[in-house]
Ligand binder design. Structure first.
Ligand code: ASP
Ligand code: MG
Length: 407
């Protein structure tokens, strides 16, 4: 018998039929002899609907009240699911985060869980009652309702699983696992049976929207087995694991991720000096701008061009900040290039294969796509390309690493 925490996302409980189907699946898991604790998102579209109601009153609604509002979505879904299980003759109880004792800090809209009381949940388990917990929410020290940020139910589920020392946390969503590339971009993308935790961290931070990044980090801290699977056609999905041995052998690259909506900035003609570079990033840091790939190119004149990327949402602000501080930075001018995209090849096998960088460049060269910028880390190579070549380039890399035949 295993203790399993199951999280169901918005589309998984997006209609009454879906809620009934999820109820059946939970009961089936229990009938296999497992103990189940469920963590739920709001029905799909509901959180957005609530946010838009708030915005009809105020563009930037009061943060505390916004959390009170948006947490109601989960209150609806947990009650409906509990009813569906009870109707089938099984025992279930819906619980808000406050009733469980999910304590967070007081940062409305982006709170972090600091403690989970397991007393109530253990009691329910003893009585063989299935707890259906509202995800995404918590309470701070002063009993205010808080939320964990969009997609936060993943993190609720992982943290609850860790607190209960569950055997596995299963994330049911509308995709059936983690793929070697976005299947909408690469027709031959393959679902991975297993992915190493550090690869999953990279993919989640690269914008693969399967799991909230924080949930992966939280799972990693405790080596919690985490599985991504579809509630529409449940099978074994993709297991996020922590052992390197059985994976190293399969291939050096595990997946190709991509991120659109990037902008390339270049500060032209900056005099040499390490403090100049520090100035640039300190300045952008003050404006909470996340800078990504960074590169420098030295001219014959001895001056340096600094290139880096940011998300296109930050375009206007970065342009403004750099333009107004050109003198301080000692730069001649600032150039920008929009509509660029970042492609990353990820794999723990890269650690021991330095030739991978060369293979990436060769794949792009053969595909006649120019890399505007690149950066590497121990298990990742990122390349910046013009967005119009994105699909072509992702497919070229996927083929170059033979990911269609990954097992
Ligand atoms: N309902 C929340 C959202 O839409 C939390 C979640 O779904 O994980 O972001
Ligand atoms: Mg989600």
């Amino acid at each position: 018998m295993a203790l399993i925490v199951q999280k169901y996302g918005g589309t998984s409980v997006g209609s009454i039929e879906r809620i009934e189907a999820v109820a059946e699946h939970i009961i089936k898991t229990q009938q296999l002899g497992h103990q189940v604790v469920v963590v739920l998102s709001a029905m799909s579209g509901e959180t957005n609907r609530l946010i838009s109601l708030a915005q009809q009153i105020d563009d930037t609604p009061n943060a505390r009240e916004l959390d009170v509002l948006v947490t109601t979505g989960e209150q609806i879904s947990i009650a409906l699911l509990a009813m569906a299980i009870i109707k089938r003759g099984h025992s279930a109880v819906s619980l808000l985060a406050d009733q469980v004792g999910i304590q967070t800090d007081n940062r409305f809209g982006k709170a972090r869980i600091v403690h989970i009381n397991t007393h109530r949940l253990r009691q329910e388990l003893e009585h063989n009652r299935i707890s259906i917990i509202a995800g995404f929410q918590g309470r701070d020290e002063e009993a205010n309702i808080t939320t964990l940020g969009r997609g936060g139910t993943d993190t609720s589920a992982v943290e609850i699983a860790v607190a209960l020392a569950a055997d596995e946390c299963q994330i049911y969503t509308d995709v059936d696992g983690v793929y070697t590339a976005d299947p909408r971009v690469v027709a031959g993308a393959k679902r991975l049976k297993q992915i190493h935790f550090s690869e999953m961290i990279e993919l989640a931070s690269l914008g693969a929207k399967v799991l909230q990044l924080r949930s992966v980090e939280a799972a990693g801290k405790h080596h919690l087995p985490l599985r991504v699977l579809s509630s529409f056609a449940p099978d074994e999905g993709t297991l996020i694991s922590y052992e390197e041995n059985n994976m190293n052998s399969r291939t050096v690259v595990t997946g190709i991720a991509h991120q659109t909506q990037q902008v390339l900035f270049t500060l032209i003609g900056v005099p040499v000096g390490i403090e100049r570079l520090a100035n640039i990033f300190t300045l952008l840091g003050e404006f909470h701008i996340e800078v990504d790939m960074i590169n420098q190119m030295k001219h014959n004149s001895g001056k340096i061009d600094y290139a880096f990327t940011v998300h296109s949402n930050d375009y206007a602000q970065v342009f403004e900040v750099l333009s107004t501080h050109l003198e301080l930075l000692g730069a001649e001018r600032v150039e920008t290039k929009a509509d660029v995209a970042k492609i990353s090849a990820v794999g723990i096998g890269m650690k021991s294969h330095s030739e991978i960088v060369g293979q990436c460049f060769k794949a792009l060269a053969d595909a006649k796509v120019q890399a505007l910028l690149f950066s590497t880390s121990e298990i990742k190579i990122s390349l910046l390309v013009e967005e119009q070549y994105l699909e072509h380039a992702v497919n070229a890399l996927h083929a170059s690493f033979n990911l269609e035949s990954i097992v």
